[in-house]
Design a protein around this ligand. Sequence first.
Ligand code: ASP
Length: 316
Amino acid sequence: MAIIKKFKAVKKNPNHLLGIQDLSFPEVSKILDEAKTFIKLNKSSSKKIDLLRGKTQINLFFEPSTRTQSSFELAGKRLGADVMSMNIVNSAIKKGETLIDTAMTLNAMHPDIIVIRHQDSGAPNLLSQKVNCAVINAGDGRREHPTQALLDALTIINRKGTVQGLKIAICGDILHSRVARSNIYLMNMMGAEINIVAPKTLLPHSIEKLGVKVFTDMKKGLDNCDIVMMLRLQNERMQGSFLPSAREYYEYFGLTPDKLKMAKKDALIMHPGPMNRGVEIDTNLADDINRSAIREQVELGVAVRMACLKIYCQSI
Ligand code: ASP
């Protein structure tokens, strides 16, 4: 309950992309429409345009990232911005500098946009109050990961034509997942029906209040679904033991051909990555190009981040 109340307390701020909860349906549509225009550019032989020429983008990643950081870096460069990715390991943060001091230091260099990932929920909101530029949340603690949900929506639209009316199962470590939360907000807003599938220990208290159906039996949760969205076990956020073993988890909550049979014949498999093969998902299913949209999620992620950089660089 406390967790959900905290999410509701987040303030709307149109100049920053801090969470899906802050966005209206027209704002989401604008981002997705912009993103669609970049899909073709990203496939062409000349991928660079001048749109953000003269703008400075700083990527500030306090947590490890492969996809999101490289995707934001490429997105900024393709739009012509000067992109600097801070090397946190060699920065003053390691010498004890606070987030606010880091923010003030970066602010003095007049960036136009800061992309931040942080282990603490709410860190991007705090940063946005201290700097003069736009801030994009690239994942904060277990709270939100808005660009992941937006790229998931774009992937679904690309494959299924719409999100409206689809039945989406979000499966795995819901408790610690910012991807799950952003997707619940977004898919709900876009008119999908959402099933949450997880062991009891990985379910947030009162999650059904977010407008989802809850299942602890994966086969029941996948019944007749159009989309099967798997999540990574967020071991780095687990203190103590949430699961008996990875093997048992795979047995009951890993996506296997047998469990997938419960979903629609043409159900799409998604995963935000990084994946733990043989723990969250059967390795052949992950690579099955007819069923899995996992690579497409990465591809469309660049287009979504280009759209967000364009819109928010111009918002301040
Ligand atoms: N890459 C996603 C995130 O940063 C998913 C994950 O790490 O499991 O939240």
